[in-house]
Design a protein around this ligand. Sequence first.
Ligand SMILES: [Zn+2]
Length: 349
Amino acid sequence: MVSDGETIAKGEWYPPHSSGAVPARLLSRGGRLFAVNEEKLALSDGTVRQVSFTPRVGSIPRRAVFADGSVFESMDNDAIDAFLRSGGRSGWVHRLEEFHPRIFVFAIAVVLLAIGIYRYALPVLVKVAVFVTPPVVSEMMSYGALNTLDTTVLSSSSVAEVRQAEITDRFRQVAANAEGGAGRYTLNFRDGGMIGPNAFALPDGNIVITDQLLELARDDNEMIAAVLAHELGHVEYKHSLRQLYRAAGVAGLVMLIAGDIGSGVEDILTQGGGLLALSYSRGAEAEADRRSVELMRKAGMDPVAIARFFDVLEARLGDHSRTSMLSTHPGTPERKEAILEYNKTLQPD
Ligand SMILES: [Zn+2]
């Protein structure tokens, strides 16, 4: 017996492959449809989706066909239409009732997929994107970034040309052993303005060093060379590209790899502020530190001069300077220790 069902329409019920009609009603309850006889005994039943209704054609009786082939027929077209419109096969409430377990499983699957994408797909996508990025894109990004910085925070350097030449000379010696040779990299001097003592690398091999950093280093040009060697390491390992792509996220990377750069991604890629706001991971910093040791050693300069730089930063800036290199290049005693240790493992050339 089917109790408490909502009567949709009255009509007649035909068993499968039979023309023997039985007076019946069509009921709906809990996302299921029932054809019941006058004793409220179920003659046919099925979920709302399993029952197909014939379309309304004039005043021809409507038929609800159950999965077993049995048919409920009714002249009450308006009632059936009302049911189909309000809570029938397209009604989400009924589907929700009907597929509750499925929705639950689906929700869990979505959460797991999101975690999976974040943990496994994103790093892979970043690698692919870095790999497929043509040099011209790096150049465009870098050009855009430096342009933005030049019109906002940076201004032209007021460091004496003699000193600039001296530092550029050391920079070339260090870059000579970097990937692509000295010709692939350009050193740019700028007044750092708001960003103060800083040095950063753009993906195309342009490296910027601020007057304030030179001031901080006083006359220790060898230490400056070590900092620049560290930045060369960031370029070689494509750290800034990686960081940018991580910021672009999975959706952005998929579009990028597919060759369709959305405006949001484009903004991230060409805004200089974005480049500067990125701080590298500890792993990236350690890589760049080790590269500084190698390049300085090959250039015949003090391999661990970069370690002196951390002392200088801490002694002269303190930890409070948030816009300084300390925030984008966190310097810790462990880092200094690692640099000295790494140098010990390298055999003298
Ligand atoms: Zn760094």
